[in-house]
Design a protein around this ligand. Structure first.
Ligand SMILES: [Zn+2]
Length: 65
């Protein structure tokens, strides 16, 4: 069964939906925005996440200036 998780693209920070085991899944899916391959642990299909408003992503590792 397909499993969905939500994460930003590690390259361009676009909001993405990771669908594990979905039709068209691959081990090196490409980000729909920046077209860079993202390495995944399981075959995954990438989709742009339009379910959330286009808020600015919060940088997790850059909270300290
Ligand atoms: Zn990207």
């Amino acid at each position: 069964m397909a499993r969905a998780s939500f994460s930003p693209c590690p390259h361009c920070n676009a909001a993405l939906v990771y669908l594990e085991g979905a039709a068209g899944s691959t081990m090196a899916p490409k980000c729909p925005r920046c077209k860079v391959e993202i390495s995944v642990a399981r075959a995954t299909f990438l989709m742009a996440d339009h379910s959330r408003p286009a808020a600015k992503p919060i940088p997790r590792a850059k909270l300290v200036p």
